[in-house]
Ligand binder design. Structure first.
Ligand code: ADP
Ligand code: MG
Ligand code: MG
Length: 252
């Protein structure tokens, strides 16, 4: 069973005099079939964790480790991470004019599976996944992320998940900017693939709203670049009622 292990991870941004430590010793273990929510106030380092796992060049790992089934993720190129079964949906996905959703998905599937899927089978698979997510078929021909609404971006992320079937999915702020209908579609998507038991989900969110639809097995509260509290779904409820105030103090 797939396991992502993050051990005492320290991450900095900037260089020279400007270096700033953002993550200050993060420990986290995510297994296939588990849904973990990372919650925390703005600026607590949630996205930094996602970028560090993704291998974004701006973020320097100063110490600690990230492994997937014992393999050193930090030694892998971004492509190798995807092939190893890591999926990372970013808070601000890039726009790629001229590359259609369909082409992008086919390239991504090819990269992950190691061979190009037959066009007809791929089209069928994509159509079924789009149907399940109530995505208009015309969406497949649009340019990647160009002019996508918040809801379209997020549906597209879930579509990628359905197609790529990663071992571990890191979803950063998947719920931001969604209306209730879109939130439900996205939540159902997350529940569907986490329910298979084959994927572990790390759901990063500032808001408790999505947790009405996605029930996390574990909740981790982030403040000041580390995990300051852990618990089950009841912790999300507490945060909904009481906010982050007491944890912000704990993170300093
Ligand atoms: P969150 O996602 O929890 O809101 P972030 O990880 O985006 O938090 O940011 C954590 C802190 O790191 C913030 O103070 C932010 O300004 C800083 N930070 C993040 N990325 C960069 C960057 N590329 N350059 C400089 N500072 C950054
Ligand atoms: Mg430490
Ligand atoms: Mg963020």
């Amino acid at each position: 069973m797939a396991t992502l292990e993050i051990r005492d991870l320290h991450v900095s941004v900037g260089d020279g005099e400007e270096t700033k430590e953002i993550l200050r010793g993060v420990d986290l273990t995510v297994k296939a079939g588990e849904t973990h929510a990372i919650m925390g106030p703005n600026g607590s380092g949630k996205s930094t964790l996602a970028y560090a796992i993704a291998g974004h060049p701006k973020y320097t790992i100063t110490s600690g480790s990230v492994t997937l089934d014992g393999e050193d993720v930090l030694e892998m190129s971004v492509d190798e991470r995807a092939r190893a079964g890591l999926f990372l949906a970013m808070q601000y996905p890039v726009e790629v004019p001229g590359v259609s959703v369909s082409n992008f998905l086919r390239s991504a599937v090819t990269a992950v599976r190691g061979e190009a899927p037959k066009l007809r089978e791929f089209s069928k698979e994509m159509k079924a996944a789009m149907d399940a997510l109530s995505i208009d078929p015309a969406f497949a021909q649009r340019s990647l992320n160009e002019g996508f609404s918040g809801g379209e971006k997020k549906r597209h992320e879930i579509l990628q998940l359905e197609m790529l079937k990663p071992k571990i999915a890191v979803l950063d702020e998947t719920d931001s900017g969604l209306d209730v209908d879109a939130l439900k579609v996205v939540s159902e998507g997350v529940n569907r693939f986490s329910g298979t038991g084959d994927t572990g989900v790390l759901l990063i969110t500032h808001y408790t709203r999505i947790l009405r639809y996605v029930k996390p097995d574990f909740v981790h509260v982030f403040a000041g670049g580390r995990v300051v509290a852990q618990g089950g779904p009841e912790l999300a409820e507490e945060l909904e009622n009481e906010g982050y105030e007491k944890y912000v103090k704990a993170g300093v």
